[in-house]
Design a binder for this molecule. Sequence first.
Ligand SMILES: Nc1ncnc2c(CN3C[C@H](CSc4cnccn4)[C@@H](O)C3)c[nH]c12
Length: 228
Amino acid sequence: MKIAIMGAMVEEITPLLEFFGTYETIEHAKNRYYTTSYRGIDLVIAYSKIGKVNASLTASTLIEKFGAQKLLFSGVAGALNPSLKVGDLLVATKLAQHDLDITAFGHPHGYVPEGSVYVETDKALTELAKQVALEQKIPLLEGIIATGDQFICDGVKKEWIHTTFNADATEMEGASVAVVCDALNIPFCVLRAISDAADMDAGFSFDEFLVSSAKESAQFIIAMLDEL
Ligand SMILES: Nc1ncnc2c(CN3C[C@H](CSc4cnccn4)[C@@H](O)C3)c[nH]c12
């Protein structure tokens, strides 16, 4: 079994590389892919760099070039659901692109022809995450993620995304990974730890909690590997 673990920022995969300790580095398409193995599972790890385009390229490469059979995304996110606080973990049930907009032609936000507003994550992987959370007595919210090529740090935009997509969190890569994995028929899950509240203080909160929240998400992913 070959599993890809993907983040967007180096801070989101550093805890993984530190945990696994030894790995090969392969340079490709202006990025680096790290290969290792863990408990008989072949792993390929990468951070995409920020945003939907970078995430699509990396997710496609992990699958098409490196042969990943499942893809786990680990990272941080901004909370839209007021009950989500910094450090809380969220596993996505489905993801949408909040900045995809051809409403001029009568389509809903997040929709383009031959597509869908939401892409669902793999139910088995989501159930595994819930099982691990129960075993480790870690609170885990199952929710909807809205992805867009913007760092959300404004209450008005935050509320619009929350309401329009009924989304619990926002980030900049998950929905594009979802489109790629869905098209290539690769089971995937998106796990995010909250780093900020996507409001006017989001930048400061993000800077303060990126590392600790990224570590929390990465540790949870490792716990999932132990049960795969
Ligand atoms: N409020 C929010 N809105 C949108 N996305 C997020 C995220 C998740 N990641 C973090 C990072 C922010 S941009 C970036 C650029 N340079 C430095 C740090 N972050 C991008 O990869 C998306 C956490 N909080 C978010």
